[in-house]
Design a protein around this ligand. Structure first.
Ligand code: GDP
Length: 196
């Protein structure tokens, strides 16, 4: 189980991130998808990851070390409608470099709001990951916000979209930072992928 989480550093440059000597799991998604809440839920911290900032704030790659065994990475979200061109270009370059160059990256967790029908911006990002042959895992967030059948509906619609793009749809988890649904499954998945 996941016991001890500590913040290591924030970077804009992937070459200045911690030495890639531990398995690494990155979390990314549309702004407001619930990424900070999920990270805080997984690590049992109230404020390890900072909840939603405003568009235009500094975009950083945030590294946390978990149980001295693996790195959890909080990546800046995409999809600020109001973000300017320069900010988008900077995000793109930083994220592309990080995702393609980080040799210890085990999985990119892409967070998807389970309340919504498949969103073009998420599909677009995952398509991009697919083209870069990145190991994508989906995390549906905020499952407590609606009925299980509604969540299941949205999940399946999303997976249908994935089937158009991947030979095999990515693995997925349904979570809630509020009720802690999915926490055990997700930590088990990470455990299984962290080799001693
Ligand atoms: P981020 O921008 O992706 O880091 O999103 P946050 O973690 O800041 O969450 C955005 C908003 O959604 C906040 O108001 C959270 O309280 C809320 N939220 C996040 N996760 C959940 C969840 O699992 N259930 C519910 N009900 N609300 C959530």
């Amino acid at each position: 189980m996941l016991k001890n989480a500590r913040f290591l550093m924030s970077n804009t440059d992937h070459t200045k991130c911690p030495a890639p000597n531990k398995p690494e799991f990155a979390f990314i998604g549309r702004s407001n998808v619930g990424k900070s809440s999920l990270i805080n839920m997984l690590t049992d911290h109230k404020h390890l990851a900072k909840t939603s900032g405003k568009p235009g704030k500094t975009q950083l790659i945030n590294h946390f070390e978990i149980d001295s065994r693996w790195y959890m990475v909080d990546l800046p979200g995409y999809g600020f409608a109001k973000a300017n061109k320069k900010l988008k270009a900077d995000w793109n370059k930083m994220i592309r470099n990080y995702l393609t160059e980080r040799e210890n990256l085990v999985s990119v967790f892409v967070l998807i709001d389970s309340r919504l029908a498949p969103q073009p911006i998420d599909i677009e990002f995952i398509t991009w990951c697919g083209q870069l042959e990145l190991p994508v895992t989906l995390i549906f967030t905020k499952a407590d916000k609606q009925s299980q059948s509604k969540t299941s509906d949205n999940v399946h619609r999303f997976l249908d979209e994935m089937e158009k793009m991947f030979v095999e749809a990515p693995e997925f988890f349904v979570t809630s930072a509020m009720t802690r649904v999915g926490r055990d499954e997700l930590t088990q998945f990470i455990e299984e992928n962290v080799s001693d």
